[in-house]
Design a protein around this ligand. Structure first.
Ligand code: ZN
Length: 87
């Protein structure tokens, strides 16, 4: 029997073929964590989408950049330009 943490049916059971030819069960979270841009709603890259998003260091969880994990790169460029041009 698998680990108690993996017995929950909130995990999806996915059959995967290993390089050795065995078929094993992998457990994946049903809900993927998709982070979207605050302005345009585009998906932000550089953020893990599997269950590992809640674990790990701060730099692992979002891009190490101004407004990383909040704004997409194109919206950030527009925001920086508008701030600089207004000052
Ligand atoms: Zn955007």
């Amino acid at each position: 029997m698998v680990r108690p943490a993996l017995r929950s049916r909130s995990f999806k059971r996915v059959w995967r073929r290993t390089p050795g030819g065995r078929t094993v069960i992998h457990y994946e979270r049903r809900k993927k964590y998709v982070v979207r841009c605050f302005i345009c709603g585009a998906e932000i890259n550089g953020i893990p989408r599997e269950g590992a998003v809640m674990r790990g260091s701060k730099t692992f969880k979002r891009p190490e950049r101004l407004f990383g994990g909040v704004l997409c790169p194109s919206c950030l460029a527009l925001a920086i330009k508008s701030v600089i041009r207004s000052s």
